[in-house]
Design a protein around this ligand. Sequence first.
Ligand SMILES: Cc1cc2nc3c(=O)[nH]c(=O)nc-3n(C[C@H](O)[C@H](O)[C@H](O)COP(=O)(O)O)c2cc1C
Length: 133
Amino acid sequence: MEQVRLVYTSLVQGALPSYNDLAELLRVSRAGNEKLGVTGVLCYAKGVYLQALEGDRDVVSRLYGKICHDRRHKNCQIVVCQSIDRRRFGDWSMKLVAVDNALLEGIELQAMDATQAEAFLGMRADAERRRVP
Ligand SMILES: Cc1cc2nc3c(=O)[nH]c(=O)nc-3n(C[C@H](O)[C@H](O)[C@H](O)COP(=O)(O)O)c2cc1C
């Protein structure tokens, strides 16, 4: 079965999510992704989401279709969707990667190209792995 990694950006629709909103979104996402064998990371900053979804091509494209219809965000745009030999975020059913404002200076999540988005999420994921629990 072919595996892919799909990365997209979207804009928050309505009120900006609170910490609790994000926690609830993650809870539901993890439960769903565990059943589907999907892994990935979700980055949220300043009204923009950047998310990577990894798994079987059909599963990921169906899930992306569902996520796109979620009214909590709009303007979903695929940055990259490519076949992968191995997962980059295989340790997480969905991980919220922290981004502080200092890091975001000069970085526009919704303006990243495929290479920038992959590098950015990979870097943030590595930083999460290094964090002392
Ligand atoms: C930015 C964002 C990312 C999301 N990521 C996922 C995800 O990775 N997996 C998932 O199952 N649902 C995700 N969701 C939630 C889905 O859109 C949907 O609400 C959830 O899967 C519940 O679907 P259900 O009502 O069919 O069970 C996400 C929603 C948003 C707004």
